[in-house]
Ligand binder design. Structure first.
Ligand code: IP8
Length: 247
């Protein structure tokens, strides 16, 4: 079982609201069709969900956000999900769309529903879920990020590899010289370092990746503009990107 997170920065143009990177998405999905073992796709919000959640001032903390914002964020995520699903179908992959409400209640995972995702993946379908605006209870809602979904799923499904597909080669130890960290184990890098040079998005990824690797599971950061690196990691154990070894 493999978990794959398609980051918002690779599947959308973050500079322009509501702009999917359709040709990049297609290149990635045409690589994914080569995967010969069960896998699950999680995707982010990019210039869809994030654009609207910023506009409506919605965050990961549960609060009484504008209901209009909840509706619009959810709508935009369905719209982006549809683009991903269509691309998969076109490339002869059979996606099974699962909004996170299918396996989350409030901010807690429903264990039986999460376990079912594995069964679905083993049947030959590819479960696809995404970061979303979620009902929390007591008129509150919150933004559940796709990165958080990765560690929620990893905890129960224990994938042999969790891959974060990014718009960069991996984690840089020094942003200016673009010196890539290949192996997080030997690195003194901490999440504190990330905040200084890249977006909050990357910081959250590192936090969730660290959380997953502490479960004893392998995590890999890879550049989605070079989609073959995704399948090389899965099929050839060749890691051109940043690897977090399970510890
Ligand atoms: O892009 C958040 O998912 P992420 C999705 O994985 C929304 O952080 C709705 C903003």
């Amino acid at each position: 079982m493999i978990l794959i997170k398609l980051g918002g920065s690779i599947i959308t143009n973050k500079e322009r609201p509501l702009s999917p990177r359709v040709s990049t998405i297609n290149k990635i999905t045409s690589q994914l069709k080569k995967i010969r073992e069960p896998y699950v796709i999680v995707h982010g919000g990019g210039s869809f969900g994030h654009y609207w959640s910023v506009k409506y001032d919605m965050h990961t903390k549960p609060a009484r956000y504008d209901t209009r914002g909840v509706a619009i964020v959810k709508n935009s995520m369905i719209q982006l999900d549809k683009i991903i699903l269509d691309s998969l179908v076109r490339n002869r992959v059979s996606p099974y769309s699962l909004p996170p409400t299918d396996f989350m209640s409030g901010n807690r995972p429903i264990p039986a529903k999460v376990r079912e995702i594995k069964k679905i993946a083993e049947s030959g379908l590819v479960p696809v879920t995404f970061g979303d605006a979620l009902w929390y209870g007591a008129k509150k809602s919150y933004i559940l990020s796709g990165d958080r979904i990765m560690s929620i799923l990893a905890k129960v499904l224990r994938p042999r590899l969790s891959i974060f597909v990014l718009n960069v080669d991996g984690l840089y130890s020094d942003f200016k010289s673009k010196k890539l960290i290949y192996d997080m184990r030997g690195s003194s890098f901490s999440t504190q370092d990330v905040a200084m040079d890249v977006t909050g998005g990357m910081r959250r990824k590192v936090e969730e990746a660290t959380r997953i690797s502490r479960m004893g599971l392998k995590v890999f950061f890879v550049n989605g503009n070079k989609p073959q690196r995704i399948t090389d990691a899965i099929q050839k154990n060749k890691f051109e990107g940043t690897l977090f070894r399970g510890s």
